[in-house]
Ligand binder design. Structure first.
Ligand code: 2AM
Ligand code: CA
Ligand code: CA
Ligand code: CA
Length: 265
């Protein structure tokens, strides 16, 4: 497999998709809801996913595609080459803010993340990684991450997890929020993972993420020594939805051991 060629192809495809998204703001965007009133999708999410799929199917007919909007393949195993795509991660930001959303793509071979991309479209920040070759922002290499203690950590966590919820003991997360230096929430899992890779966030956690939210980011963060898993500390399978944490080395285990109390659901 010529991963160098796939890498160049993926980068140019993502840049072209980013251009299409920026152009879309000139027209009227159609907004619909999915599972609930706050679960939003637009015609642009769908158009961009279909754009990727038509190109990938034309140029890499043996590869499979797992995309959030469902136009790809019914992927139930990691066999072969799988492109795991979120055409717009942070759709609520896309609609409300016209910024703080990203294209997220991970390319996996037999379940192993080979290439990862996060394109923060409006900031024009392009993050990429090639397994074993380091992670980059706008082609500048990101340094390896050193451990930091909780007291000096900025944690990416959504405020809803600090209120009573069915996934996790909110008092324990509340303790993390008061013990750490500060918290942030950006509304795009991909952008939060880019921040973890760049050392701007020390940890990011979420109670429900899908493979397309984290497939690209997981490849990128592992190249700078950060650790990702579900909140039970188990490896992610990139097939099913799961809880999620990514953090600097050391901090990952500390947060899991001292602050995470999962409910049985
Ligand atoms: P999206 O914008 O692509 O839907 C918001 O905090 C983050 O969580 C975004 O990355 C968002 O991705 C994701 N997200 C929102 N609802 C979700 C759901 N029901 N399952 C998994 N991820 C979700
Ligand atoms: Ca969505
Ligand atoms: Ca997403
Ligand atoms: Ca999405």
């Amino acid at each position: 497999m010529d991963w160098g060629a796939i890498d160049r192809y993926a980068k140019s495809l993502i840049k072209e998709a980013g251009h299409r998204i920026r152009v879309s703001f000139a027209g009227k965007i159609q907004i619909e809801t999915k599972a609930d009133a706050n679960d939003l999708v637009t015609d642009i999410d769908r158009d961009i996913e279909q754009f990727f799929i038509s190109r990938i199917r034309r140029d890499f007919p043996g590869h499979r595609i797992l995309g959030e909007e469902g136009f790809g393949d019914d992927v139930r195993s990691g066999e072969g080459v799988v492109w795991i795509l979120d055409p717009i991660d942070g759709t609520m930001n896309f609609i409300h803010q016209q910024r703080n959303f990203a294209i997220s793509l991970g390319i996996y071979a037999d379940g192993i993340g080979m290439l990862g991309y996060i394109y923060d479209v409006m900031a024009d920040d392009f993050y990429h990684a090639y397994r074993g070759e380091g992670a980059y922002r706008n082609d500048e290499r990101l340094p390896m991450l050193a451990p930091v203690p909780v007291e000096k950590a900025i944690i990416g966590v959504n405020a809803s997890w600090v209120t009573p919820n069915r996934y996790i003991e909110h008092e324990a997360i509340g303790q993390l929020v008061s013990d750490c230096r500060g918290t942030r929430s950006y509304g795009s899992a991909a952008i939060e993972l880019a921040h973890v890779a760049a050392g701007r966030l020390d940890a990011y956690l979420s109670m429900r993420l899908a493979p397309w939210d984290v497939a690209g980011g997981s490849v990128i963060i592992s190249e700078v020594g950060a650790v990702a898993s579900n909140l039970r500390g188990e490896e992610l399978d990139m097939i099913s939805k799961d809880t999620f944490i990514a953090a600097r080395p050391g901090l990952h285990q500390t947060v899991l051991d001292q602050y995470i109390r999962l409910k049985r659901t």
